[in-house]
Ligand binder design. Structure first.
Ligand code: HEM
Ligand SMILES: *[C@@H]1O[C@H](CO)[C@@H](O)[C@H](O)[C@H]1NC(C)=O
Ligand SMILES: *[C@@H]1O[C@H](CO)[C@@H](O)[C@H](O)[C@H]1NC(C)=O
Ligand SMILES: *[C@@H]1O[C@H](CO)[C@@H](O)[C@H](O)[C@H]1NC(C)=O
Ligand SMILES: CC(=O)N[C@H]1CO[C@H](CO)[C@@H](O)[C@@H]1O
Length: 324
């Protein structure tokens, strides 16, 4: 073959390799840190052994990270001025065990592969692991995210969904993140584990409307139970299980709860009451496999939101601080 043809082939191979560098891949650390997934898995397992809260805390942390600046560990940054992403009003409810899981896993990963694995990828792997360890589906994760250089409380406002959102508002916010209505419904199934503070749904119990203080879309017996757990003027630190049936298992009972009007937030129950999304909720309630499949598709898509790859951002050494 002519030299020119060889050069052309070389150039193409180079271009393909360059392209690969800027993309997420399931084998991203195959040569640079082959043990990363088993290292993270061990830390996550140990942490869950200490406290169940690790599971919902890590899952919600991943969601909040991805929806603000993309999945880039921006939520982990601590600012001495108290104006980082995690300092936004929603911070109080991000449980510390999620942060602790990533920080502990990073410490272990750094011992084997210093300055190679991003905090954003560690959070992604840990999230996959907690889902599986809570009884949810197993799946592979794409890796190769870089850590972001921006973390601002002011960027949180308007980028996270509110528990009083209606279907249109939910769809709009998820669509901004390249997620469909089906993705949004499946991801809402994350509320099958974890806790909510009373303040996030008290309006549905005490001040829904002038004619009906209790939200008519709430099962009356469940509403009574919620009022007992969350009386008016309750200690703001009190939190209750979001899935009253199987609060510690990642299953599709969340959707069965919606069908029986036991969705905790308006944003949960509306998925069933609105005809435009009801069929999907009924499908997920009746077919656990459909939910699992849709959830895996959706959380892998969530993991691609706003990612930095290639030479963008940095690989943080300390997940709570930008490299100096
Ligand atoms: C669809 C829109 C969503 C809304 C309006 C919403 C809202 C909320 C609210 C208000 C809480 C209670 C926080 C507290 O009081 O401590 C909560 C908890 C939680 N959310 Fe969501 N969320 C949504 C979607 C998601 C998604 C997509 C995920 C993950 C894939 C997720 C995972 C969680 C988890 C695991 C908890 C429990 C946290 C804990 O126990 O520490 N949520 N959510
Ligand atoms: C977690 O706890 C179980 C039982 O208590 C034990 O068998 C297992 O070895 C523990 N795993 C880790 C990683 O600590
Ligand atoms: C959803 O809420 C928005 C904002 O409050 C409102 O404009 C819209 O009409 C609502 N849509 C439905 C279907 O209720
Ligand atoms: C959504 O997808 C488009 C096309 O792939 C991409 O350019 C854009 O950055 C994505 N948006 C987010 C928030 O990830
Ligand atoms: C625990 C914590 O960090 N709380 C802070 C949350 O953010 C608000 C400002 O939005 C601060 O006032 C809190 O101190």
């Amino acid at each position: 073959m002519a030299v020119r043809t060889w050069l052309m082939i070389l150039f193409l191979v180079f271009m393909i390799m360059q392209k690969g560098k800027g993309q997420l891949s399931e084998t991203f650390y195959r040569t640079s840190c082959p043990k990363v997934e088993s290292i993270v898995r061990k830390v996550v397992t140990e942490k869950i052994n200490q406290t169940f809260v690790t599971i919902p805390a890590t899952l919600r942390l991943f969601f909040h990270d991805c929806f603000v600046e993309g999945c880039d560990a921006s939520v982990l940054i601590s600012s001495p001025n108290g104006d980082a992403e995690k300092d936004a009003p929603d911070n109080l409810s991000l449980a510390g065990d999620g942060f602790d899981t990533v920080i502990k896993a990073k410490t272990e990963v750094e011992k084997s592969c210093p300055r190679v694995v991003s905090c954003a990828d560690i959070l992604t792997i840990a999230t996959r692991d907690i889902i599986e360890l809570a009884g949810g589906p197993s799946f592979k994760v794409e890796l190769g995210r870089r850590d972001g250089l921006i973390s601002k409380a002011s960027r949180v406002t308007g980028n996270l969904p509110d528990p009083n959102f209606n279907l249109t508002q939910l769809n709009t916010m998820f669509a901004k993140n390249n997620l469909t209505q089906t993705d949004m419904i499946a991801l809402s199934g994350a509320h099958t584990v974890g806790f909510s503070h009373c303040s996030r749904f008290a309006n549905r119990l005490y001040s829904f409307s002038p004619s009906s203080p209790v939200d008519p879309d709430l099962d009356p017996t469940y509403a009574q139970q919620l009022m007992q757990a969350c009386p008016q003027n309750v200690d703001p630190r009190i939190a209750i299980n979001m899935d009253p049936a199987t609060p510690q298992t990642f299953d599709n009972l969340y959707f069965q709860n919606l069908v029986t009007k036991k969705g905790l937030f308006t944003s949960d129950e509306v998925l069933f009451t609105n005809k435009a999304s009801q069929a999907t909720v009924i499908d997920f309630a009746n077919n656990p496999g459909d939910f699992s499949g849709a959830f895996v598709t959706a959380i892998r898509k969530l993991g691609r939101v706003g990612v930095k790859t290639g030479n963008a951002g940095q690989i943080r050494v300390d997940c709570t601080a930008f490299n100096s």
